[in-house]
Design a protein around this ligand. Structure first.
Ligand code: MLC
Ligand code: AMP
Length: 497
């Protein structure tokens, strides 16, 4: 039996999930996920790693479906609930999903993709309760594929990162012990559930440890502080943009409300930031508000978490900390030399936490690893007094905005499909709130092009978080002597607007 299911059996009566104002015990989660597994099996003994894409809102049902897919022997492919049709189509087709599951709110958007020849389509409402004996569910060996998450990179289209149950168990168990999760913890999930931060660090770690996960319906500072005010939540994890937004909201409250929030926050056990660089100013301000030194850590879809500031011991502002237990980390320079303290190099990672492959992309998988099996992250760092500090990324085409990894090339490819554009270059520019802001410099065919319409068109093609926030019309893009667009010069163009 999968470890997370075995663990859940130890906490049957305890509250696992709170969502939509309802509490669900671990036994409810086990029961519901078993019912889902049986329905998905549809008389077969094992799904044998069929890809099952599911578009379900954060909450009890989301987790029950994820576990149900695993318990039936399938591979879970969570679909981002804010994706427009082209992005959903890409993920469903790229994984060759054999089953697609939709929550009631997403049936209309998925409907155009539904065709009896492509996949079996289920609505979550069709999973009627039927009591199930554990013995009828297949035994899942942990070397099997468990999850495919899509990540952007230096290829124009996102790649599916395949992790096995072994990988997930290593990622989760390492964090549970490093950050001392226990069944007494209570956390709140405000993050999207198609990325590791929400799926692994928040939900899976909490449930693995027998703790409670509460879901809010979307993120807003009011909702988060409102949930904190009830006095139960003691663990919080978020991206720097969320801390920035909480701080801005808090700054504008009357003094009495500020003081109440501060009192609530002081009772927390742990607050973590990650997915993007935490500005020192945000860390300091949060400390002033909450009395907590945020624990900053570093991770990636391909590795889960790799490097973390200590739970006990000094959490250094501006640093991502030290390698987590079981994760081997090295820094390599351009010549392949392993670097010592104080000399920058690319972070490379080895360990049971590292993913298996990019789905259906053998060449990309090979390119991502060194000959001796180290995963090349593309992030450049330096070690100072034993603590790692991120210096940047080796590709200007990878942008991090709001904690999301975004490929400039993917956006350019979509922009180029627009009939009125002759050329374009997408870059990320520094931004206090979002980390980086996606912007596009465009060469237009017709000077009368309506940028508002261009923006709306982009929104119909890609999720909002990937679309440019500013457009700049230029006669031509800056290029070097070889004719290649020079992205740093493109960034310069945005300095004064
Ligand atoms: C949204 N908006 C943006 C934006 N995203 N503006 C600039 N840049 C962006 N990136 C705008 C919207 O268009 C909208 O404006 C307004 O902000 C509100 O949009 P929203 O979608 O409702 O935003 P909000 O809910 O406030 O979202 C902010 C957020 C979200 C920070 C909660 O971005 C988020 O959940 N980020 C987390 C991503 C994540 O989990 N990453 C982890 C990846 S795993 P308008 O004008 O259109 O109304 C990973 C590994 C690891 O990285 O280490 O963890
Ligand atoms: P993703 O592919 O969405 O999983 O994003 C992974 C990337 O997020 C890493 O390769 C880093 O560039 C970035 N990242 C994660 N955590 C941090 C951090 N604490 N500081 C800086 N960058 C980070």
């Amino acid at each position: 039996m999968l470890q997370i299911i075995q663990n859940a059996n130890q906490y049957l009566a305890k509250t696992a999930i709170i969502s939509n104002g309802e509490s669900f015990a671990f036994e409810n989660l086990l029961e519901k996920s078993a019912q889902i597994a049986i329905k998905l099996l549809n008389g077969e003994k094992d799904l044998h790693q069929k890809r099952v894409a599911f578009m379900v809102s954060p909450g009890f049902e989301y987790v029950a479906f994820q576990w149900g897919i695993w318990r039936a022997g399938g591979v879970a492919v969570p679909l981002c609930i804010t994706y427009p049709l082209p992005s959903l189509k890409y993920v469903i087709e790229d994984t060759a999903a054999e089953i697609v599951i939709s929550g009631p709110e997403y049936v209309d958007i998925l409907q155009p993709l539904v065709h009896p020849k492509t996949f079996i389509f289920y609505k979550t409402s069709n999973f009627s309760p039927k009591n199930v004996a554990e013995s009828v569910l297949p035994e899942i060996s942990t070397d099997r594929n468990a999850l495919i998450l899509y990540t952007s990179g230096t290829t124009s289209l996102p790649k599916g990162v395949v992790t096995t149950h072994d990988n997930l168990e290593a990622q989760i168990s390492t964090l549970v012990s490093a950050w001392q999760w226990t069944s007494a913890d209570h956390t709140v999930c405000v993050l999207p559930l198609h990325h590791v931060h929400g799926i692994i660090n928040v939900i899976s770690c909490a449930l693995w440890a027998g703790a409670t996960v509460e879901f809010l319906d979307g993120f807003s500072p009011e909702k988060v502080f409102g949930a904190f005010a009830l006095g139960k939540i003691n663990v919080f994890m978020a991206v720097p943009t969320i801390y920035f937004k909480l701080i801005t909201y808090w700054d504008n409250l009357p003094e009495t409300e500020k003081a109440e929030i501060t009192e609530n926050l002081k009772k927390f056990r742990l607050m973590v930031s990650g997915s993007a660089a935490l500005p020192v100013s945000v860390m300091e301000k949060w400390q002033e508000i909450s009395g907590h030194t945020l624990l900053e850590r570093y991770g990636m879809t391909e590795i889960g978490m790799g490097i973390s500031n200590p739970y006990d011991g000094e959490r250094k502002a501006g640093y991502i900390g030290k390698p987590l237990a079981g994760v081997a980390v090295r820094l390599i320079d351009e010549n392949g030399t392993i670097e010592k303290e104080e000399i920058p190099g690319e972070i490379q990672i080895k360990g049971a936490n590292v993913f298996k492959e990019y789905w259906g992309k053998t060449e990309a998988t090979e390119k991502a690893f060194t000959e001796d099996g180290w995963f090349k992250t593309g992030d450049v760092a330096v070690v100072e007094n034993g603590y790692y500090r991120i210096l940047g990324r080796d590709s200007v085409d990878i942008i991090k905005s709001g904690g999301y990894k975004i490929s400039a090339l993917e956006i350019e490819e979509v922009l180029r499909k627009h009939p009125q554009l002759d050329d374009c270059a997408v870059v990320g520019i520094p931004d206090e709130e979002w980390g980086e802001l996606v912007v596009a410099s465009v060469v237009v065919r017709n000077k009368a092009l309506d940028l508002k319409q261009l923006n709306e068109w982009m929104r119909s093609m890609m999720p909002a978080y990937k679309t440019p926030r500013k457009y700049l019309v230029v006669d031509e893009l800056p290029r070097n002597a070889m004719g290649k667009v020079t992205k740093n010069d493109v960034k310069e163009l945005f300095k004064n607007i």
